[in-house]
Design a protein around this ligand. Structure first.
Ligand code: FSO
Ligand code: SF4
Length: 585
């Protein structure tokens, strides 16, 4: 597709871009766009846990994704498969292109649940995807290589308008091959969603220049494999498990990036109240963006608060030492942001998922950066946060100090293993009976209260490790201590599943057993595709008896589930009482 000056490209020239509806009241100006038209391609998405009726979103996403954006995302995934086929061929003639590697991950990330809702953004990503594909094809040919695929992902030409792209995307939906074996499709989708999650972590790690050619090679091989009709159940299952294994490396790289830049997390009490002064709230997962905000806001009378998955950032000692105005935490998990942002008296930055449709009351106060976007919300460059700072200075901020208690964070693997001797002694003298990893995502469904109740009911001689936004179901609970060790240990964000694995590995050495021989149970809550990648990582490590909830993924067929049950004894959560009884006997 010929490069043109799309509206988003044009806006990128300034530091602030009002995306979607704010400037152009176009045919894409509402959730109705094409949605009401007869010739509109059918939407189908079932990639996250809150999918409509546990089956699939078909008219509009429960998350707010419009049919247009769904079609554009489907088309983007299809072009990424073409780009991946070309990248696989490139590696055979010793060409691996960093721009293509990074682009693939960033583009995958943009299709995750609650990340990018702006159709114009996908227009740009589509153009770039096809340009990169064609340039790689040309390089492979001039290096004497060949590409042995007949997939139309390799030759597809993009329609010249956004409306045309949406219609084109209708041919590449998740269910666009009706005759495919449902179990093959299920494994393809499990692989795709795992790759999306891995792509997101890889994108975050790449910001720290933490990259691994083997991981990029796998992402391209995995995406290309979805166009290969010769792939059977066995080879797809192998790719699914390889995705889990490679995702561990992706999380390890991100951990190395974060701890290399900001030090290993240390136990830190985080205030949940407020401090008098202008205020900025940072949400999402990107620590570098948080550092940028802290740098840009220092010495301006602005106090910086974290929201959602940013809470564990208070444990990173370098951030705390360098920025005295990095104060506390505000709010809970992503699904409560509308009412929480509504009451925040300052400017808000979303650095990644999970954004929700903003209320009018704070739409002018919220900004997006990087991969995340919402039509009508100002999208700012990572390198120029002035609009955010100006907005914070313009808004009232907090007029007084308030106390609201504190929560403890900072129990990454270094911190937990620094008390490994106490933990081992506690297990040996039976003052610690069991460890529970209660981690994963939060969400809207009432059935997620299982996790609150589960943690409340864990016996006093057990320790609860937690990570990701699911912790907001119980993060303020006072569970007490065992031998001076808090019973509730916040390991970090979802990607810090890597840290939890390090803790488990160290315990296996101390007790001379494998991970399934430890007094450790995994009680996982999933929501979006990063959680899928983390789950695959746990399976790739051979971890058995994982309890998964609040519901099982809609994209797993009974036969695929059967394989996971037989090999890993993966099981759904039941009730806290029954599950605790089954675990503890
Ligand atoms: Fe939560 Fe959202 Fe971190 Fe996810 S904020 S749900 S698994 O994006 O990534 O835990
Ligand atoms: Fe539905 Fe989830 Fe897809 Fe959004 S991401 S359209 S809620 S399945």
């Amino acid at each position: 597709m010929k490069k043109k000056l799309s509206r988003r490209n044009f806006l990128k020239k300034s530091t602030i871009a009002i995306t979607g509806t704010a400037i152009v009241p176009s045919i894409l100006s509402s959730g109705q766009a094409w949605g009401a038209k007869k010739d509109k391609p059918a939407m189908f998405c079932y990639q996250c846990e809150q999918t409509m009726r546990g089956k699939g979103c078909t008219k509009i996403g429960v998350c707010g994704k419009t049919p247009d954006v769904a079609a554009l995302q489907d088309l983007l995934i299809h072009t990424l498969k073409g780009l991946s086929i070309a990248a696989v061929a490139g590696r055979k003639v010793n060409i691996s292109d960093q721009k293509i590697n990074r682009f693939t991950c960033m583009a995958l990330f943009s299709t995750l649940t609650n990340v990018e809702f702006d159709p114009y953004r996908f227009e740009d990503l589509l153009s770039e995807s096809v340009e990169l594909r064609d340039s790689m094809i040309a390089r492979v040919k001039s290096a004497g290589g060949s590409i042995d695929s007949t997939s139309d992902a390799l030759t597809l030409k993009l329609k010249p308008s956004l409306e045309g792209l949406v219609k084109q995307g209708g041919s590449y939906g998740l269910m666009s091959e009706p005759d495919i074996n449902p179990d093959i499709r299920s494994l393809q989708h499990l692989l795709l969603f795992g790759l999306k999650g891995m792509g997101a972590y890889t994108d975050h790690a790449a910001e720290h220049d933490q990259e691994d050619e083997g991981n990029y090679e796998f992402i391209h091989r995995g995406l290309a494999a979805m166009t290969d009709k010769t792939k059977d159940l066995k080879s797809l299952l192998a790719l699914v498990l390889e995705c889990g294994e490679k995702n561990l490396k992706a999380m390890e790289l991100l951990d190395a990036g974060n701890t290399g830049a900001y030090g290993h997390p240390v136990p830190t009490a985080v205030p949940l109240g407020s401090k008098k002064g202008k205020a900025i709230l940072v949400s999402g997962h990107d620590l570098i963006d948080l550092e940028r905000v802290l740098e840009a806001s220092k010495d301006k009378g602005i106090v910086v608060y974290t929201h959602g998955e940013m809470l564990p950032c208070h444990g990173y000692p370098v951030l705390k030492q360098r920025f005295p105005h990095f104060y506390g935490h505000y709010g809970t998990a992503w699904q409560n942001q509308k009412k929480e942002f509504d009451k925040f008296p300052g400017a808000i930055l979303m650095t990644s998922n999970c954004i929700q449709k903003p209320r009018k009351s704070y739409k002018k106060n919220i900004f997006t950066t990087g991969t995340v976007g919402w039509p009508g919300v100002a999208h700012i460059s990572k390198s120029n946060l002035k609009p955010l700072i100006d907005k914070a200075l313009e808004l009232p901020g907090y007029t007084k100090d308030t106390e609201n208690g504190k929560v403890l964070v900072g129990f990454g693997h270094k911190a937990v293993l620094s008390v490994a001797d106490k933990i081992v002694a506690g297990v040996k003298d039976k003052s610690i009976r069991h460890f529970f990893l209660v981690g994963g995502c939060d969400g809207v469904k009432k059935s997620r209260n299982y996790y609150t109740e589960f943690v409340e009911k864990t016996p006093k001689d057990s320790i609860v490790l937690t990570l990701a936004c699911g912790k907001f179901k119980f993060f303020t609970k006072q569970l007490g201590e065992i031998n001076g060790i808090p019973r509730l240990l916040d390991v970090g964000q979802c990607n810090d599943a890597h840290s939890a694995v390090q803790i488990a590995v160290a315990l296996t050495k101390a007790f001379n057993t494998d991970v399934n021989g430890l007094p450790l149970s995994f009680i996982i809550s999933w929501y979006e595709q990063k959680a899928v990648a983390v789950l695959l990582s746990l399976l790739a490590l051979g971890i058995k008896d994982i309890r998964l909830g609040p519901s099982l993924p809609a994209f797993i067929t009974p036969n695929v589930l059967d394989v996971l049950v037989k090999n890993y004894n993966l099981m759904p959560i039941s009730t806290p009482d029954k599950d605790l009884e089954a675990i503890l006997g």
